[in-house]
Design a binder for this molecule. Structure first.
Ligand code: KMT
Ligand code: NI
Length: 179
């Protein structure tokens, strides 16, 4: 099961869980109205997985690559780690499938509170265009993820505030209408 929770606002190491005391868990049912979708797959067969192929086909995730986030493998590691953790939006969906290791995606809820989503091997998530979010490694310092995209990838992050973008406006409208 996917684990998610509301974050504390301490400034300690971003790689720590940052759970509240007592913990305030967040369910998939709470993530859905934010437009965050989730699937659990068998990451041991990511190279030939009918379940993954079905999702890719249905959602037009035609493009993919694999990124390994580790200090020895990722060029400009420190810089990238820093930019992943700066609150931002994209103009398209951000789709990530964790095939090894782990990490955290943080997303803002409707009241602008941070929800931390613990991503582990086999977790596939999509964040909608226009949602404020960020990513960090956890204490394990290693993630191998498939990046999927609808068409040719554009990874440009727009730091908060990014209210002027059409994708953001559409997302804000979506939030107003969702349960
Ligand atoms: C992103 O755009 O934040 C990332 O690619 C994070 C690493 S993928 C788990
Ligand atoms: Ni992003």
């Amino acid at each position: 099961m996917l684990q998610a929770w509301y974050m504390d606002d301490s400034a300690e190491d971003q790689r720590k869980p940052h759970k509240l005391e007592p913990n305030k868990p967040v369910s998939l049912q709470q993530l859905e109205p934010l437009g965050v979708l989730y699937w659990k797959l068998n990451a041991d067969k990511y190279e030939d997985d009918p379940e993954l192929q079905k999702i890719r086909k249905e959602r037009n995730y035609s493009w993919m690559d694999i990124i390994t986030i580790h200090k020895d493998t990722l060029p400009n590691y420190e810089e990238k780690i820093k930019s992943f953790f700066e609150e931002h939006i994209h103009l398209d969906e951000e789709i990530r499938y964790i095939i090894d290791g782990s990490g955290y995606f943080d997303v803002r809820d409707k009241e602008e509170q941070w929800i931390r989503i613990a991503m582990q091997k086999g977790d596939l998530i999509t964040l909608p265009a226009g949602i404020y979010h960020r990513f960090t490694l956890d204490d394990n310092n290693y993630t191998k993820a498939m990046r999927l995209f609808v068409g040719d990838p554009v990874w440009t992050p727009y730091a908060r505030p990014a209210e002027e973008f059409e994708a953001r406006k559409k997302y804000v409208q979506f939030l107003k209408l969702s349960a």
